[in-house]
Design a protein around this ligand. Sequence first.
Ligand SMILES: *Cc1c(COP(=O)(O)O)cnc(C)c1O
Length: 428
Amino acid sequence: MKRAKSAELFEEAKTLFPGGVNSPVRAFKSVSGPPLFIKKGNGCIITDEDDNDFIDFCCSWGPLILGHNNDRIRESITETIAHGTSFGTPTKLGNKIGRLIIENHRYLDKIRFVSSGTEAVMSAIRLARGYTGRDKVVKFEGCYHGHVDSLLVKAGSGLATFGVSTSAGIPKSLIEDTYVLGLNDLAGLEALLEEKSHEISCIIIEPIPANNGLLIQDNNFLAWVRQLCDRFDVLLIFDEVISGFRVGFEGAAGYYHIQPDIITFGKIIGGGMPVGAYGGNHEIMSHIAPDGDVYQAGTLSANPVAISAGIAAIEQLLEDGFYEKLEKKTNYFLDQIRTHISDHDLPVRIQSIGSIFWFAFAKDRIATSNEIDADSMQYFRAMHHELLQRGVYLGPSGYEVGFVSAAHDHKHLDIAAGHINEVLSQIF
Ligand SMILES: *Cc1c(COP(=O)(O)O)cnc(C)c1O
């Protein structure tokens, strides 16, 4: 397979952007070779600048639940853009997407649109702090919440002490506002709240942690977190930037039947355009400016072109049986690989929920980040390389999950499963 043009463009990009990219994981640092420069996508196929086709399971890291170049999304964007791109005023399209979401999502009364998942989380944290009048935040190891300063923190040593930042440039005072606990650590969470709840504004969690492997939690744990939040009067934020509209229209809240106080969105909500949002009940949301005193604003928030893509996506997600069909298709695909794995007793397992999947190079279920063996990433690196040669594209890191979209058909899923099985057998 020729990748000369991608290699050449990457050399140029390195002179223009730090590491040649505008978001770090795109740089292929944890796999081999230069990143692919993609020039187009259609359905489940992406095409690079060297004219190689790939069956895509990265799907722009999650937004493209309808696949690439979805007809209705494209038409909606072109129709809107013919009348201008941005007005900095309310628009009828804004009302339309707000109504579509709120009327079909039992866990939300009101929503505020922003332009990315990070912005949604950052704003939700501010709202929780403004609402409770407390500064501290609790997060869980292995959950990613965008590049929000106070959340770029991982556990330090010792129990429920302050964490350490995962990036330079994070003020020490902000690190000290964040408590980091292990997923599923019920006792640790209860002890922390007993001691410190008077300082804690909120607990934020990815209810379906999908940014550090796919660390599916037990319903019991999530229900217990909800109960603790009630008991100690602390807000619960579900960061559903990845799980929202993915495991069902109501995301993880609907999947687990748990009412969070604030939910954050991104990715799918914009139909492939830059959109984020956060929402909650009327009372909590009334604290946001101009109704309340928690300030949050955006020049391009609810941009009509971006929102028109979101509307076209959401209307398709609301069609009867959309999620059932997608999940069935995902299982059709994964079952072929799971059968191969068990027939040959390979040291791999596929963890999946809805249309999200993750290859864990381990025998037993992995549900916390410290159960992931960093050395096992060598197998992912080999797998990624071999699959690229065969025209199958996975996100370029073994900690990233894969997605099946509505545009993946049985034919391409069969081809991809065949290649994956062959590569797994070759590696082990
Ligand atoms: C992707 C993601 C974010 C960040 O969203 P961006 O749009 O990349 O800023 C935050 N939280 C979760 C759970 C995510 O998956």
